[in-house]
Write a protein that binds this ligand. Sequence first.
Ligand SMILES: [Zn+2]
Length: 314
Amino acid sequence: MTCGDVAAYLDAFLDHEARARFDVASLSEHAGGCASCATRLAGFFRVLEIPESAYLRETLDELAIAMHGLALAVIRERVDPEANTDNMVPVAAPEGASEDLARQGAEMVDDAEDWAGSSRVSGHDMAEFRDVIDDAARSRERKLDVAAKVCEAASRVATRHLPRVLNLLGAVRLWQSDVDAAEAAFLRTLACRDADEDGRRAQVFAHVNLAYVQRQRRRWDAADLSARRAVALAEELGEDPLFGLFAQLCIAVDRVADSGVGAVERVVARLIALPSGTARLRDALALENNKPVRDALRDAGIGASHPALFDAER
Ligand SMILES: [Zn+2]
């Protein structure tokens, strides 16, 4: 991958066919290590840099993480039968109630304004953040629409939480079946440079989620590569490779007619070998959204060799 490839990808961004020819994971890997491409991507997606003030930086970091938590809390708390988010699309765990997180976010907006002496803080109109946060607490819109707005707003600031915010934005877009927007968000997640530990975890998740994007497009090799990258990176970081392996399993199951049942069995064996592997795989398979995977596994004869995976149904 070269700087030219990144430029060509962005040129082709609005042309779905042309864009499909690029390997997004390799592009983002390049951008993760190349300052000029990281800048080009940030410019393309209009991410505003924060000026060098430790106080303001911290305040905007806090604002971003409160908004990230708010989006997660809205998804978890609100009942919306049309939005089924129970699947293996990985995002960070929820960390509080939406009410508290909205209040924290509003406080950070106040602090940033006080610091700057106006509602414009390093190019941001803080009133916009206030509106998005207020809306999230009150509006009766669908929860995924609310979460997307909160994440979009938080993703406009180059805080250290940007990888987490972008992975969540991508997951919300995936749940909304907006595959192109999801891909863009995961690409941006992977292109974040100098990610801290949480950020690198979000990048592992983004590789998994990118595998689901490519799976939806039936680009099997690219999907499998993304899932393998997720597993390798998770292992490198000492993180749980469960999500990446589960994505690999879904892909192996989809391709069973071409690649054979052996590939499926190998992934199942790796999942079962994880700590509490059988129980966790069983729980993942029991999710309503994973019914097609569960049925396909049983059709492939996995039920006979691993009956405990299907215990929940007996
Ligand atoms: Zn470059």
